[in-house]
Write a protein that binds this ligand. Structure first.
Ligand code: CU
Length: 73
């Protein structure tokens, strides 16, 4: 188990709580992600993850695969 990192990601394209649930569910399936807080108001997500097992690019990719644009903030 590596260092737990907390990082903000900007997400474009979320318009309702269904989108928030979609992103939350997608991130919850990424191995190494410890916690997810997706906010419609902030158009983003705060993600805590194990830096030894997941890279920020994989978190971005999971959000994109769910149908949204994302980038580290
Ligand atoms: Cu929606």
């Amino acid at each position: 188990m590596g260092e737990i990192v907390r990082q903000e990601f900007a997400i474009d394209g979320m318009s309702c709580q269904g989108c928030v649930r979609g992103v939350t569910g997608a991130l919850g399936k990424v191995a190494g992600v410890k916690s997810v807080d997706v906010s419609l108001e902030r158009s983003g997500a705060t993600v805590e993850f194990d830096a030894a097992s997941v890279q920020p690019a994989a978190i971005v990719a999971a959000i994109v695969a769910a149908g949204f644009e994302a980038r580290p903030r």
